[in-house]
Ligand binder design. Structure first.
Ligand code: PMP
Ligand code: GLN
Length: 397
């Protein structure tokens, strides 16, 4: 009898073939196996507020959220999200029809793209882009159209003419991210005004990932795209508790949008996870209601860490792009005589006992991103100080 052999066809389908293991998993594993300081994957090394952890524990032991929560998310969290948007930005959302709780911002992005993109539609997004964007556009059958942010006088800038030129009759949506991972760029009022004008003129949907909304520094201000003229009804705004409250493992995110857009995103979301993170949803509702002092202290703490790491990297010889937002600093390795960020990051554990992320993974035009390397500064001060000392020793002798 003939023995049936397992299919010779590649297992991973064509849409996903180009996406291997995420760089974050690869680099965190490298940090572990080499005992290096992990400034790669963006997660804090201290947990968020004690009272919010207590709130999660209380919900769990009191039996709130241990069974499937409602599909839209628990009412307490939807109300808290709506109150946050009102208090911070003067944006009104109806918690019953205009807020959707998701399994982190990751699921919100995935559900929005799967719901709104028709196969063949073009999705315009900034390059370098957060890695899940490219994979989710591919899963939705869309075509990604990158608009490259380029270094200019120490920051990565958007070229509005390039953005305008990237929009065609096949463009369905703009996928915006501000504050921007990995460059730390925060879009200005003028840039956002132009993006809004373009979206209205070309009748585009805008999906905007604002997970770093509370992490802006110096004079920069986070302005939600939904607050610009003509944007309220065409914008899917996404945020998450992971970065703002230092609970990246809880995976609580949310969408705010018009009833029609929320209904569309929910159609996809209900077949991804249906619901997630029951008890944590109650705790995040309390976190969103924390007094302004929490958000101010969090920002001040991260600003000090940004300054410490940026100064240390500059001392070690890196070119430093000072971020106006997020908790990442992008560097240029060419002043160190290096040109290949991938090779550099793979050798960094051995040379300095530190792990970082090669920005090239966030580019379609890999050569554009080759000399840039991202370091995360959401770590304890002593950890950053040790990393800086190691980098100085390795590169500045
Ligand atoms: N978008 C951006 C720009 C991010 O940096 C991240 C990582 N926090 C996410 C989305 C994913 O967020 P979450 O962990 O809430 O899924
Ligand atoms: N958002 C985090 C980063 O950019 C990583 C999240 C993840 O590992 N998927 O580093």
């Amino acid at each position: 009898m003939a023995v049936m052999t397992f299919s010779a066809r590649p297992l991973l389908n064509r849409r996903l073939a180009e996406f291997g293991t995420t760089i974050f998993a690869e680099m965190s594993a490298l940090a572990l196996s080499t005992g290096s300081i992990n400034l790669g994957q963006g997660f804090p090394d201290t947990d968020g507020p004690r009272e919010i952890r207590d709130a999660a524990a209380r919900a769990l032991t009191e039996g709130r959220g241990n069974q499937y929560p409602p599909g839209l998310g628990v009412p307490e969290l939807r109300t808290a999200v709506a109150a946050h948007q009102q208090r911070r930005y003067g944006l009104s959302y109806d918690p019953d029809t205009e807020v959707l709780v998701t399994a982190g911002a990751t699921e919100a992005v995935a559900a929005a793209l799967l719901a709104l993109v028709e196969p063949g539609d073009e999705v315009v997004a900034f390059e370098p882009y957060y890695d899940s964007y490219a994979a989710c556009i591919a899963m939705a059958g869309g075509t990604r159209v990158p608009v490259t942010l380029r270094p200019h006088e120490g920051v990565f800038r958007l070229d509005l003419d390039e953005l305008r030129d990237a929009v065609t009759d096949h463009t369905r949506l703009l996928l915006i991210n501000t504050p921007h991972n990995p460059t730390g760029t925060v879009l200005t009022r003028e840039e956002l005004t132009e993006i809004a004008r373009l979206a209205v003129e070309r009748d585009l949907i805008v999906v905007t990932d604002e997970v770093y909304e509370h992490l802006v520094f110096d004079g920069a201000e986070h302005l939600p795209l939904a607050s610009f003229p003509g944007m309220r009804e065409r914008t899917v705004s996404i945020s998450s508790a992971g970065k703002t409250f230092s609970f990246t493992g809880w995976k609580v995110g949310w969408v705010t949008a018009s009833p029609a857009l929320v209904a569309a995103v929910r159609s996809a979301k209900q077949y991804l996870t249906y619901v997630a993170s029951g008890p944590f949803q109650y705790a995040v509702a309390e976190a969103l209601a924390l007094p302004d002092a929490y958000f101010e202290e969090f920002r001040a703490d991260m600003r000090a860490k940004r300054d410490l790491l940026s100064a240390g990297l500059a001392d070690a010889g890196f070119g430093v792009f000072r971020p106006a937002g997020t908790y990442f600093v992008t560097t240029d390795i060419r002043p160190l005589g290096e040109t290949d960020g991938f090779a550099f990051c793979r050798s960094l554990p051995e040379r300095a006992g530190v792990v970082a992320i090669p920005n090239a993974v966030f580019y379609d035009h890999r050569e554009e991103g080759a000399p840039f390397v991202r370091f995360a500064f959401c770590k304890r001060t002593e950890v950053l100080a040790e990393a800086v000392q190691r980098l100085r020793q390795a590169f500045a002798g």
